[in-house]
Design a protein around this ligand. Structure first.
Ligand code: FAD
Ligand code: SF4
Length: 503
C-alpha cells in the first residue's frame, strides 16, 4: 500500500488535509474502536451519530477515488492502528494530531512503536494555531483580547482597523427574552438511511445501559445534509439569533440557535464556512450586525479560545476543583425527574437528543450543579457523555473553566451562579413551575433562591474576585439573622433530600 492516512472520527473533511493527500489519494484508514465507545456511558444517539457519519464519510471518500480500509476493533484506535501496521509491513501511516488528549497519546504511542513508519501532521481544523497562542493563557487573559486579534487577523467584520458598525461587541443587544407569540422555525430532520439504521441497531445491541434515548434519530450524517442545515440556519434563524441568544422558553429546546456544533466538531462543516456565510448574509442586508457578530464571536472567539485553553492547561486541569466540591452528580441528571420546571426543560432535550442550548447548559444545569456542591469533574464527565457535540477539548474548558469556576478564575472572571430571578427574567419557565420564584425560603420557594444565597455565603473567596460579586457578599451580610437562618435551613433540607447518582 505504501503511504496511508489514518482518519479519526472527528476529522471527516479531506479539504483541510495536506495537498499531497488530495493529490495522491492514498489509502484512507478508518478505525471503529469499541473500547472508545465504552470508555464513558456516551449518549446512544451520540454513538450512532459518530459511527454513522464516519461510515458515510468512508463511503463518500471511496466514491471519490480513495482506496479505503475500514477496520473494526474491540480495543482503542491505537491498538487498531497497530494491528494494521503489523499485518501490512510495507505500510506507513500519517495521522493528523488528534484534538482530544487521550487519542493523541494513543496514536503517539503507535508512532513510537513503529518509529519511521508513522508520521504526525498538524491539526488544521481550526482558525488558530494553538501552539502560537497557548502561552497567553493565564489569569487575566480574556477571550475578548484573543477574539479582537482574530478579527483583525481574519478581517472578519472589519473596516480597515475598525470593527464593522463601530463596536467589537453587541452583547447588550443580545439579551432579549422570547416574545409570547414568537413562532420558532423548525429544524429539518433526516430519516435514518440504511447505514444509520444499522448503527442504531448496533448501539442498541451493544450499549443498552448507556445514557439517553436512541429513538427519533434526526441528525444529518453527511456533509450534503449538514450544508443544507447551515443554509437553513442562515436563511431562517440567523437574523434573530442575536437578540434571543440568551433566551429560554418552554418546549422550545432549539430556539434560534444554529444546532451546528455537532457538525463543526467532527469536520462535516468547517468554522470558516459558517462565518463566511453569516457575513455574506449581513452584507446582503439579510442579517443585522448584532446577530452576525454574535455568531462570529461564538465560533471565531469562544470555540477557538477554549481549544487553546485546553492545549495550555492539559492534563493537570482535569483534576481541578477550586471549591473542593466532592458530592456526586444528582440522580436527576440521568432521569430528568424533578419538579423544577427549568431543570426538566433543560434535561429533557439532553436525554432525548443529546442537546440543550448554551444558557440552559450554563445558567440552569451548571448553576444547579454549583449550588448543590457537586464535584465539577463529575459534571464535566456528564456533559462529555451526554451531549452529541461534546469532545474533551471543548467540553472541559466550558465546564471546568467557564461554568463551574473549578480552575479558580483562569478562564472566567466569576462563578456562573444565579438565583431564580435570572431564570425568570430570561424564560417563561417559572410560570408553570411547582415552586414559587418570588418566595425566598421554605418548601414552596424556588430552590435556586436559597441555594444561591447559601453559595454566596459559603464561597466568599470565589465570590470576592470581582467587585460586583463582593457586592453580593455584602448583601448577604446585611440580611437579618432570621433570614440567614431560614436560608441555611432550606438549603440543608433541600440538599439532604437530593438523591445522588451512584454507579
Ligand atoms: P450556537 O448558539 O448556534 O452557537 C454557534 C456555534 O458557536 C456553536 O455551534 C459552537 O460551535 C460555537 N460555540 C458557542 N459557544 C461556544 C463555547 N462556549 N465553546 C465552544 N464553542 C462555542 N460546545 C460544544 O461544541 N461541545 C460541548 O461539549 C460543549 N459543552 C458545553 C458545556 C457547558 C457547561 C457550556 C456552558 C457550554 C458548552 N458548549 C459546548 C458551548 C455551547 O453551549 C455549544 O457550543 C452550543 O450550545 C452548541 O449549540 P449550537 O450549535 O446551537 O450553538
Ligand atoms: Fe426554576 Fe425556580 Fe423558576 Fe421553578 S421557580 S422554573 S425552579 S427558577
Amino acid at each position: 500500500f505504501g503511504q496511508a492516512v489514518f482518519v479519526l472520527h472527528d476529522q471527516l473533511n479531506m479539504s483541510v488535509w495536506p495537498d499531497w493527500v488530495r493529490r495522491e489519494k492514498p489509502l484512507l484508514i478508518f478505525v471503529e474502536a469499541k473500547a472508545k465507545g465504552e470508555s464513558l456511558p456516551y449518549h446512544k444517539k451520540k454513538l450512532a451519530y459518530v459511527l454513522s457519519s464516519m461510515r458515510h464519510f468512508a463511503v463518500e471518500c471511496f466514491e471519490n477515488g480513495y482506496p479505503v480500509y475500514y477496520h473494526a476493533t474491540d480495543q482503542h484506535f491505537g491498538e487498531g492502528a497497530s494491528e494494521i501496521l503489523e499485518d501490512y509491513e510495507d505500510l506507513s501511516l500519517t495521522y493528523m494530531t488528534p484534538s482530544e488528549w487521550d487519542s493523541r497519546k494513543r496514536l503517539r504511542e503507535v508512532k513510537n512503536k513503529f518509529e519511521n513508519r508513522v508520521m504526525e501532521t498538524h491539526n488544521t481544523f481550526f482558525f488558530a494555531d494553538a501552539d502560537q497562542w497557548k502561552e497567553n493563557i493565564a489569569p487575566g487573559y480574556r477571550m475578548e483580547y484573543f477574539y479582537r486579534d482574530m478579527r483583525k487577523k481574519t478581517g472578519y467584520l472589519m473596516n480597515g482597523d475598525e470593527p464593522e458598525g463601530g463596536e467589537w461587541n453587541y452583547d447588550e443587544d443580545n439579551r432579549e427574552s422570547l416574545p409570547k407569540e414568537y413562532s420558532v422555525p423548525e429544524v429539518t430532520s433526516f430519516e435514518p438511511d440504511e447505514i444509520t439504521q444499522e448503527v442504531i441497531n448496533l448501539v442498541e445491541d451493544r450499549h443498552p445501559h448507556h445514557f439517553g434515548k436512541i429513538d427519533d434519530f434526526r441528525f444529518a450524517v453527511n456533509r450534503k445534509q449538514a450544508l443544507q442545515l447551515l443554509d437553513e440556519f442562515i436563511e431562517e434563524r440567523l437574523a434573530d439569533f442575536g437578540p434571543y441568544e440568551d433566551a429560554m422558553a418552554t418546549d422550545e429546546p432549539t430556539l434560534l440557535h444554529s444546532i451546528l456544533s455537532l457538525y463543526l466538531n467532527n469536520g462535516l462543516l468547517l468554522p470558516w464556512e459558517i462565518c463566511a456565510q453569516a457575513i455574506k448574509a449581513h452584507e446582503k442586508g439579510k442579517a443585522p450586525i448584532n446577530s452576525v457578530e454574535g455568531l462570529v464571536r461564538q465560533i471565531l472567539g469562544w470555540r477557538e479560545f477554549v481549544r487553546i485553553y485546553y492545549e495550555a492547561m492539559m492534563p493537570e486541569v482535569r483534576d481541578t476543583n477550586f471549591m473542593d466540591f466532592e458530592k456526586s452528580l444528582p440522580e436527576l441528571f440521568w432521569t430528568g425527574d424533578t419538579n423544577m420546571h427549568c431543570m426538566q426543560q433543560s434535561l429533557k432535550p439532553v436525554i432525548e437528543q443529546g442537546y440543550s442550548h448554551h444558557i440552559q447548559r450554563l445558567m440552569v444545569l451548571s448553576n444547579f450543579s454549583n449550588l448543590t456542591k457537586t464535584d465539577p469533574r463529575e459534571l464535566n464527565k456528564w456533559f462529555w457523555f451526554a451531549y452529541v457535540d461534546a469532545y474533551e477539548w471543548v467540553v472541559l474548558p466550558n465546564v471546568l473553566g467557564m461554568s463551574t469556576f473549578a480552575d479558580g478564575g483562569i478562564l472566567a472572571s466569576k462563578p456562573y451562579v444565579s438565583s431564580g430571578n435570572y431564570i425568570n427574567k430570561m424564560s417563561n419557565y417559572c410560570t408553570s413551575c411547582e415552586y414559587s420564584v418570588t418566595k425566598k425560603t421554605g418548601e414552596e420557594a424556588c430552590p435556586f433562591n436559597y441555594l444561591y444565597w447559601n453559595f454566596v455565603d459559603e464561597q466568599r473567596e470565589a465570590f470576592e474576585v470581582s467587585g460586583r460579586n463582593s457586592f453580593m457578599v455584602n448583601m448577604f451580610d446585611k440580611k437579618s439573622d432570621e433570614d440567614k437562618k431560614a436560608i441555611k435551613e432550606s438549603t440543608n433540607q433541600f440538599l439532604n433530600q437530593l438523591e445522588r447518582y451512584s454507579d
